[in-house]
Design a protein around this ligand. Structure first.
Ligand code: ATP
Ligand code: MG
Length: 473
């Protein structure tokens, strides 16, 4: 018997009645309560789309979506705490501590720009609503309309495709991808998320229509790319992107890595190295993105069999690519920082001071990400994850960051005011230099981060630095 959160797929042999009950058992109580409210008001109510797909294969749904024949105003009338959300007829309802989207049945309207329907039209049946959905596994519903008992609605054979792990476009793929080119990217993304294949007609259609992805906005591509990179094995989707030609349209900088030789793993090119590296990276968005982009500077910097400066060149390209996708500034910077620094080389003879300087250069918040990127890069190169002394470096960094680590002026036991008050130093460049020198000394010897010691040291520096107290100097 199926239950909410059950992690086993619902068997394919079940009778229609059994299936209806098994699916009902997987729907969380608060969702059934929302549906009951709609049913009591003599409205249709169905759970639909990705959540049903996930529930059927025993995957935790990200969110439960409902669809109904009630118009948005009528939905809002039934749920006092509803927020009327957007022009697509979606109402967000708060219930039992969560938010749920309830969307009025829609039908497909005409698309003239390969990405937006010209108008949004409400539909009159669940069948019509399922008809406009992208893939068969996303075009199933469970629920009922007035006058009928709840049942499982699957007009396109979604359950069978779910059983074989296949993404198949609903109706004619060419038409569907021309209506909305994002569906092609969703196909490769869902293939990675679910570990599915793309059915051959659908796949061939993506190859024919890949060029239409050029019409998509950066934001929409970025949202799917982010989900793709969060998959257990992103390479499934990335490889499909490359094979269908989507990569050349959406991320041409990465397309150029295909066929570029690497003397890492026999018979593999730079793109193969990237795919292995991304899969090996932990599932954190920054690290996965950095893994995807870490060698993007290589094609441009190749000279005499070397890729000198590819890290810095790649960091600049990463920023360009991520701004094109309208990624947040902070994300761009954090990814670029990892790309720029991924070529560090650790030596066992580093002093503790050298380890602290390394932490300062990379930043305590980024150092773990950088080591994870490097481990993934190792795996992508056919090396053990920890080669290059990474286990030792990790341990040494942890030892340093476990205590109170002083890496910046602002963390010293004295500040500029102390030096002005106690030593009569005027504000200006000289004061700044003394603070910088004190910081260097404390990085070399953390025990001296003490007010009295630092003031003495500062006094000493004042008499030996040969500078005068000119605020302008
Ligand atoms: P996830 O589990 O990652 O959220 P999802 O399939 O639920 O995957 P959503 O973006 O949440 O993706 O979309 C919810 C549902 O809406 C889909 O399952 C599908 O039925 C439909 N859908 C979403 N985007 C499109 C689209 N571009 N064209 C047609 N149908 C779409
Ligand atoms: Mg979803």
């Amino acid at each position: 018997m199926a239950a909410p959160g059950d992690a086993t797929p619902i068997g394919s042999a079940a009778s229609t009645e059994q299936l209806t009950e098994d699916v009902r058992a997987r729907i969380p109580a608060p969702v059934l309560e929302l549906m009951a409210t709609l049913w009591r008001a003599d409205r249709a109510a169905y759970v639909v789309g990705g959540c049903l797909r996930d529930a059927l294969i025993g995957r935790e749904p990200a969110d439960w979506d409902l669809t109904t024949d009630a118009a948005p105003e009528a939905i809002a009338g039934l749920f006092p705490r509803a927020l009327y959300e957007n022009r697509f007829g979606t109402v967000v309802v708060r219930h039992a501590g969560s938010q749920y989207e309830i969307t009025t049945f829609r039908r497909d309207a005409t698309y003239s720009d390969f990405r937006h329907p010209d108008t949004v039209e409400f539909g009159s049946s669940i069948e019509e609503d399922l008809e406009r959905r992208d893939f068969t596994v996303n075009a199933m519903a469970w629920g009922s309309s007035p006058g009928s008992e709840p049942s499982f609605v699957d007009p396109y054979g979604g359950r069978s495709d779910l059983g074989s792990g296949v993404l198949r476009a609903v109706r004619d793929p060419d038409l569907r991808f021309r209506e909305d080119a994002l569906r092609m990217i969703r196909a490769v993304r869902l293939a990675a998320t679910l570990g599915f294949g793309v059915e051959s007609e659908t796949l061939a259609s993506i190859s024919r229509n890949a060029g239409l992805a050029a019409h998509l906005s950066g934001e929409r591509i970025a949202a799917e790319l982010e989900k793709l990179l969060a998959a257990p094995r992103p390479s499934i989707g990335l490889r499909l992107m490359a094979e269908t030609g989507l990569l050349a349209v959406v991320l041409p900088e990465l397309e150029r890595q295909r066929g570029l030789g690497q003397n890492k793993i026999e018979g593999e090119d730079l793109w193969d190295h990237i795919l292995r590296t991304v899969d090996a990276a932990p599932e954190r968005p920054i690290v996965r993105l950095a893994a995807l982009l870490h060698d993007v500077g290589k094609p441009d910097t190749l000279a005499d069999g070397h890729f000198l400066g590819h890290d810095k060149a790649g960091a600049e390209m990463a920023v360009e690519m991520l701004s094109r996708l309208h990624s947040p500034r902070l994300l761009q910077e954090r990814v670029a920082h990892l790309v720029a620094n991924h070529m560090f080389s650790y030596q066992a003879n580093w002093s503790d001071t050298a380890v602290r300087r390394f932490i300062r250069k990379i930043g305590p918040a980024a150092v773990e990400d950088l080591l994870d990127l490097r481990s993934a890069d190792n795996v992508g190169s056919g090396l053990p994850a920890d080669s290059g002394g990474l286990v030792e470096l990790r341990a040494r960094i942890r030892t340093q960051t476990a205590g109170r680590l002083v890496l910046r002026r602002e963390e010293l036991a004295v500040d500029g005011r102390d030096l002005m008050v106690e030593l009569g130093l005027p504000p200006g460049r000289r004061l700044g230099r003394i603070l910088d020198e004190l910081t260097e000394r404390v990085i070399a010897e953390p025990a001296i981060n003490d007010r009295t010691i630092l003031l003495d040291l500062a006094r000493d520096l004042m008499t030996h630095d040969g500078m005068v107290d000119n605020p302008q100097s």
